[in-house]
Design a binder for this molecule. Structure first.
Ligand SMILES: O=C(O)CCC(=O)C(=O)O
Ligand SMILES: [Fe+2]
Length: 317
């Protein structure tokens, strides 16, 4: 039996980006299926996002967050925005220790992207577009890895208006506290993360926190709760967190390939009735789940284990 490894696998996606030969695709899909069922996480290289754009965006992100607060605060969210698009800092009492710039798709009028430093706004918009393209490729790979009919997930999830991206800066750890984002699972479909050289992203597997080591040109891919539910637990939405180092700021970009709030999410017949397996979740409307998740942040329970997550909908057997 193969020994359980304590590193997150890396997959080369070039064969999908260039529409290369079938054997190469089959082998890459095998690695991805395994990573998604064991970890819910993998790293990707040759993912279609230009490397010079990635490093430029990261440098500009570092410059922006290095600006004085009064400059950053010019880009606070517009009133009435459905999500806090623009600059924000987590409140002091929050378990999350970062500040961020959040954005909706580039054409959305609620966006309030910084014009300073010059080029940051354009780099954010370009990153969003490339992440979105890679999101479509990844959705179709996940579709095939799950053995769903061609384009099933694409047809289920056409609406790209709810995708989100955030650039974040985490503050250095203190003597007593080193968590940057507390343990959680992502609720969406697929998430991409670009982290800087500081690292700190960790995935929980078999009770152990496994670091996702930063590597230049690499993006992190993780499966969200929606795929875990639809696949009836075949693919895993892993618990992860971010830790902070003393004396160092940490920067990252996260892209959330998502679905419209009105969408109904439930285990698909392909993983239940068609194979005579019982569903392990009740169905729900995605925005109801989002509302519960937002409540975790606005009214955090005193014990972290009381946070609401996808087990809210689990059917006990
Ligand atoms: O900053 C990171 O590396 C990941 C952040 C994260 O997990 C999230 O925003 O959901
Ligand atoms: Fe996350």
């Amino acid at each position: 039996m193969e020994k359980a490894s304590n590193y997150i696998p890396t997959v080369d996606l070039s064969v999908f980006i260039t529409n290369g030969e079938e054997e190469g695709k089959r082998m890459a899909k095998e690695r991805i299926s395994r990573a998604c069922s064991e970890y819910g996480f993998f790293q990707a290289v040759n993912h279609g996002i230009p490397l010079d754009l990635m490093s430029r965006a990261m440098e500009l992100c570092k410059s922006f967050f290095g600006l004085p607060d009064e400059e950053k605060l010019k880009y606070r969210p517009k009133s009435g925005a459905p999500v806090p698009a623009g600059y924000g800092k987590q409140p002091v009492q929050s378990a999350d220790k970062n500040e961020y710039v959040m954005m909706l798709p580039p054409q959305n009028s609620f966006n309030n992207l910084p014009n300073n430093p010059p080029g940051f706004r354009a780099a954010m918009e370009d990153m969003f577009k490339y992440f979105s393209k890679t999101g479509e490729v990844m959705e179709s790979i996940v579709n095939d890895c799950l053995g769903l009919p061609p384009n099933f997930l694409k047809e289920y999830n056409q609406d790209r208006s709810c995708d989100l991206m955030s650039a974040k800066r985490y503050f250095p750890a203190t003597d007593t506290e080193n968590i940057g984002i507390s343990r959680h699972e992502d609720g969406n479909i697929i998430t991409f993360v670009l982290q800087d050289e500081v690292g700190g992203l960790e995935v929980l597997r078999d009770g152990q926190w496994i670091p996702v080591l930063p590597s230049p040109g690499t993006i992190v891919v993780n499966i969200g709760d929606t795929i875990q539910v639809m696949s009836n637990n075949k693919f895993k939405s892993a618990t992860h967190r971010v830790t902070r180092q003393e004396g160092k700021h940490r920067h990252s970009f996260s892209f959330f390939y998502s679905l419209h709030g009105d969408k109904w999410v439930e285990p698909l017949p392909h993983f239940t009735t068609q194979i005579e397996e019982p569903p392990t979740y009740k169905g729900f409307v995605y925005k109801d789940y989002l509302a519960l998740r937002i409540r975790n942040k606005t009214h955090p329970p005193s014990r972290p284990q009381d946070e609401i997550n996808i087990t809210q909908y689990a059917i006990s057997t």
